[in-house]
Design a protein around this ligand. Structure first.
Ligand SMILES: [Zn+2]
Length: 254
């Protein structure tokens, strides 16, 4: 017949085994979720740049259209002035029209120069746009690949993860809150996520500091919860792990 301490230690060991399995799954995903996030940010930045260049090109094209309209307008005026020149009454009128024609020609020339400048700017921007489009496509491809990679891993481990979570929840309910909180606190504090460990020869399986012989005896007796004096981890006899592991395998089919 198990005593209460033994039951508690068993539940804590089982929680540890389940928790470590969950850690392993998450480790398998590695930095993929983070990489996906970074790629999403990069892609968004590139797409913003691309649409800004497109806007700039559109704006320049509008400017060219406006300039072309202006040229047509002045060409019309010149034609009108030239006709008027044929019907002038005096030299002064002729001269005034000549000045108008000269002014209109200058306006046309200015617009032609502007159009040339705008066209040059457009061709520069189109080159930049082509480069950016390639970058966007490459980045999107990279992101799709990474997402797929992550999806596969998540899908593969999804069922197992779900079962682990539900088992963890089930066994958490079997440990008194005081001990459960203690366990969670230690586990969260440890880089390797180990709160319950067995002995590794004569040392703590977590921090490898030597455990005094007296505690070895107490561990075997299973009468109280023993913590490593150095790291605070809960120490249990190896048999707890053997039992917990086989129970976990039975529960989640891992
Ligand atoms: Zn220790």
């Amino acid at each position: 017949m198990e005593n209460l301490v033994e039951e508690r230690l068993h539940a804590l060991t089982l929680l540890q085994v389940l928790g470590s399995k969950l850690d392993e799954i998450i480790r398998l995903r590695g930095s993929l979720p983070e990489e996906v996030g970074d790629l999403e940010d990069d892609l968004e930045g590139l797409e913003t740049r691309k649409s800004r260049i497109e806007d700039e090109i559109k704006h320049l094209k509008d400017e060219i259209t406006a300039r072309k309209n202006k040229i047509v307008e002045f060409q019309g005026l010149i034609k009108k002035y030239e006709e008027q020149q044929n019907n002038v009454k005096n030299n002064r009128e002729f001269e005034a029209l000549r000045k108008e024609i000269e002014y209109s020609n200058l306006e046309i020339l200015t617009s032609e120069k502007k159009i040339e400048q705008f066209q040059k700017q457009i061709s520069d921007k189109e080159e930049l746009l082509a480069q950016t489009t390639v970058q966007v496509d490459d980045k999107r491809k990279e992101l799709d690949d990474k997402r797929q990679e992550l999806d596969v891993i998540i899908k593969e481990t999804h069922e197992e993860e779900k079962r682990l979570h539900s088992e963890i929840e089930r066994f958490s309910g079997k440990v008194e809150p005081r001990y459960l909180q203690g366990y969670v606190k230690i586990r969260n504090n440890m880089r390797n996520g180990l709160a319950v460990v067995s002995l590794d020869r004569n040392a703590c399986g977590g921090c490898f500091s030597i455990i005094p012989p007296q505690l070895h005896i107490e561990l075997k007796q299973r009468r109280k919860l023993i913590q490593c004096e150095n790291c605070g981890r809960i120490l249990v006899d190896e048999t707890f792990f053997e039992r917990a592991k086989s129970e976990m395998e039975a529960a989640i089919g891992a």
